[in-house]
Design a protein around this ligand. Structure first.
Ligand code: NSS
Length: 429
């Protein structure tokens, strides 16, 4: 048996080929049954002619429902009307397993598709997203490997809240309380003292009550942390990593991208350096466009959309006011009201995909800020220790994988960037 993509390459034209997969659609016309077969690589038309295949095979092919598992062997021939311009003229048809009537038909509500997610992920769109995401991860992994980063494995059960303590998932941990990780940052920060440059891909959990097209309760977080790197160096890593990830998708998945309406060549044109704009400039630009914003206003989805909708490459917004960002960031020596940090916004209106910063190395400043936000110092003692034993300048960031996939795959909602989305309303299936 060969993959459908391999058969569609046409190398075996006029020769015997075999495929196995699932029935995508069928149609009968006179003494011919057309069975379009799907596998993980594509779809191909196969034709069963009465008299060429046995009567029993012809009967099976005529009556098998969509999603039945099948094997077809025959000769590869040209057919202009078939998807991909080729078809398999069958000499043998086997039904591996029949399918009950498939619960998903052409026009279905979003809710039904979410209830039937375990079946809906077979769709060509979802398969394309899955493959593109895998290619992006491959590109990221290659970049880290080439640049001497060590992949590390931080815990997902934790006692600290690097980000917003209002979005923590609390769990009963034996006779204590613990939390599901929001970010592995503090553990990565600990690991730079031995490995210097580290990265990790882990699930992060945010108890986001709001239903928005860009928030999940569980998402995959690609994080890096590096010693001896300032905020500018941190942004350079981000541009290079993002370019490597989309570059790999553009090279490996042009057909999948096309299916989703994304031209791989456009992605191939994205290259460092990305544009940079200060938070202050972003505010001025928004005010000019009629937004009622001023110093201290947060940049939400709407504002980020306005800043990026006319762009086709990503944009860094740097130096946010301290009150908008977490306690661990390094103060900007050129403007004490702000931090040395950046958010990377995806173009075409998609908005934030990465949050990063240089980290504060002064223990007393960290203690003051933790007190200000009412955190118990006990839980953070180990984190504060890192500033006592050879503290060095360091920076890092977190990339929301599904946010990036939403942009690259031109999706309307982040839930389609992951096979089993976890949102406030859904843990099934
Ligand atoms: O909260 S972040 O902005 N930053 C951190 O967690 C840092 N501690 C990371 C670090 O420096 N190591 O989240 C990082 C990214 C953010 O830019 C989004 O792309 C994504 O994580 N993110 C999310 N994606 C999906 N759903 C939700 N709820 C979500 N929250 C953040």
């Amino acid at each position: 048996m060969q993959s459908i993509a391999k058969v569609l390459s046409g190398d075996s034209l006029g020769q015997p080929v075999g495929v196995h997969g699932w029935i995508y659609r069928t149609r009968s016309s006179g003494g011919i049954v057309f069975v379009v077969v799907r596998d993980s690589t594509g779809i191909i038309q196969t034709t069963m002619r009465k008299g060429v295949v046995s009567d029993a095979e012809f009967e099976l092919a005529s009556s098998a429902g969509i999603e039945s598992a099948v094997e077809v062997e025959g000769t590869l021939a040209e057919d202009k009307r078939a998807p991909g311009g080729l078809e398999i003229r069958a000499s043998k048809f086997s039904l591996v397993a029949p399918s009950e009537p498939f619960p998903i038909t052409e026009y279905q509500s979003t809710e039904l598709l979410l209830d039937q997610r375990h079946l809906w992920i077979r769709s060509r769109e979802q398969t394309a997203v899955t493959r593109i995401k895998a290619a992006m991860l491959r590109g990221g992994r290659e970049w880290f490997q080439e640049n001497d980063y060590v992949e590390v494995t931080p815990p997902m059960i934790t006692g600290v809240a690097p980000e917003d303590s209002t979005t923590l998932f609390q769990i009963k941990y034996f006779d204590r309380i613990a939390y599901l990780s929001q970010s592995a940052q503090f553990y990565l920060e600990s690991l730079i003292y031995s490995c210097e440059r580290v990265w990790a891909l882990t699930p992060s959990f945010r108890a986001e009550k709001s239903r928005t097209p860009r928030h999940l309760a569980e998402y995959w977080h690609l994080e890096m942390e590096a010693a001896w790197i300032d905020n500018d160096g941190n942004m350079k890593v981000q541009e290079e990593l993002v370019t490597a990830m989309i570059g790999r998708a553009a090279v490996d998945c042009p057909a999948e991208l096309k299916l989703l309406g994304r031209d791989a060549a456009d992605l191939g044109r994205i290259a460092p350096p990305f544009d940079r704009m200060s938070y202050e400039e972003a505010m001025a630009s928004l005010q000019k466009s009629g937004f009622d914003t001023s110093w201290g206003s947060d940049l939400g989805a709407v504002e980020e959309r306005a800043l990026t909708k006319e762009r086709d490459t990503p944009l860094f917004v740097v130096n946010y006011p301290k009150e908008l960002k977490p306690f661990y960031m390094k103060e900007n020596p050129d403007d004490h009201r702000t931090y040395k940090n950046s958010d990377l916004l995806a173009p075409e209106g998609y908005g934030e995909i990465i949050g990063g910063s240089e980290r504060e190395t002064d223990n007393s400043l960290l203690v003051d800020r933790l007190r200000e936000i009412g955190e118990s110092l006990d839980n953070y003692q180990w984190y504060l220790d890192l500033r006592k034993y050879g503290s060095v300048p360091h920076s890092g960031f977190g990339l929301g994988l599904e946010r990036m996939v939403t942009w690259v795959c031109k999706l309307e909602h982040i839930r389609d960037a992951t096979p089993f989305p976890r949102t406030v309303a859904r843990v099934y299936p």
